[in-house]
Design a protein around this ligand. Structure first.
Ligand code: C2E
Ligand code: MG
Ligand code: MG
Ligand code: MG
Length: 289
């Protein structure tokens, strides 16, 4: 027990552990009201065709600006939202908001939305997607759902059912953070993914001498090609990385080298100004015109 005598009294419960648990509880409470208080925002990061250099879509990324602590990373608050049962509410908001924003952009840009495994196992997901599409008027093919390998942890008949219902709706499916989970290849036999997103841990260090990352990326690309799936390399920060990734024939690229995630209005402005060429169905505008 933590009870003792003298200075060491609190040693078992003091320090980071207690602090972390308390912080987490407080954050959880704050997160409960964050959406209603307008502290949650949705930003968008461009995804670029590696061959044509055209922006083909964007990924929606949630941002939480805490009134006291400032910006809190989704890597921190998404797991809290999942544990506190807030992910359904936040996730539905993201899908709705992303569809509303996407119809306002010029061209036929796709919008990719991260969907947590807990949302994927929610039988209401198809309804949520359908109503977001109907309310916004966004064509289903312009919405892409990014799923992680986590959706296969609870593999059940319902998992297969959810895949086919979503495909019937006509949305695209991407397998996010590929290579970081337990990466059983078995599910690629049947899961109807349109795209594999190669995790940024493979891009980081890819240019280092003796790195095996390039070989792994090449293997993922070969696999995706054979299965008729696109690939996106995440987290490209340098021209060296970009050149190498292009040589490896990854079809799409995403990273700070192009842009970090920016507001919906900025996406529209860049497209309108011709800063970004639009692909595939929009006219490819030249900067010089
Ligand atoms: P993710 O889906 O793999 O998203 C890509 C992450 O990589 C984003 O981090 C993005 O900002 C970051 N990134 C992009 N380019 C670069 C780069 O060049 N260098 C580096 N170092 N990082 C780059 P972010 O926005 O912090 O999101 C982290 C994770 O949180 C996401 O990973 C996703 O798993 C989750 N997340 C974010 N928004 C949502 C959401 O709306 N719903 C759900 N369920 N999860 C979300
Ligand atoms: Mg993602
Ligand atoms: Mg990812
Ligand atoms: Mg990630």
């Amino acid at each position: 027990a933590a009870k003792g005598s003298g200075r060491g009294r609190f040693r078992f419960f003091s320090g980071d552990l207690l602090q972390a648990a308390t912080d987490r509880r407080r954050l959880e409470d704050d997160l409960r009201d964050a959406l209603a208080k307008g502290e949650i925002d949705l930003l968008y990061q461009p995804i670029v065709n590696a061959r044509t250099n055209c922006v083909t879509g964007v990924e929606a990324l949630m941002r939480w600006t805490h009134p006291v602590h400032g910006p809190i990373s989704p890597a921190l608050f998404i797991p809290i939202a999942e544990e506190a049962d807030l992910i359904q509410q936040l996730g539905a908001w993201v899908i709705r908001r992303a569809c509303e924003d996407a119809v306002r952009w010029p061209g036929a840009l796709r919008v990719a939305v991260n969907v947590s495994p807990m949302q994927f196992t929610n039988e209401d997901l198809p309804k949520i997607v359908l109503s977001a599409l109907a309310a916004s008027g966004l064509p289903p093919a312009r919405l892409e759902l990014e799923l992680t390998e986590g959706v296969f942890l609870s593999e059940s008949p319902e998992t297969d059912g959810m895949f086919s219902v979503l495909k019937d709706i006509g949305v695209r499916l991407a397998l996010d953070d590929f290579g970081t989970g337990y990466s059983s290849l078995g599910y690629l036999k049947t899961a109807p993914f349109d795209k594999i997103k190669i995790d940024q841990s493979f891009v980081r260090g890819v240019t280092a001498p003796g790195s095996r990352n390039g070989a792994i990326i090449a293997a993922i690309v070969a696999l995706a090609d054979a299965l008729g799936m696109e690939t996106t390399a995440e987290g490209i920060e340098s021209f060296d990385q970009l050149a190498l990734i292009r040589d490896l024939r990854v079809s799409h690229v995403q990273g700070y080298i192009y842009s970090k995630a920016i507001a919906s209005g900025e996406i529209a402005a860049r497209l309108e100004s011709g800063d970004w060429a639009i692909a595939p169905s929009g006219p490819a505008r030249q900067r010089s015109e």
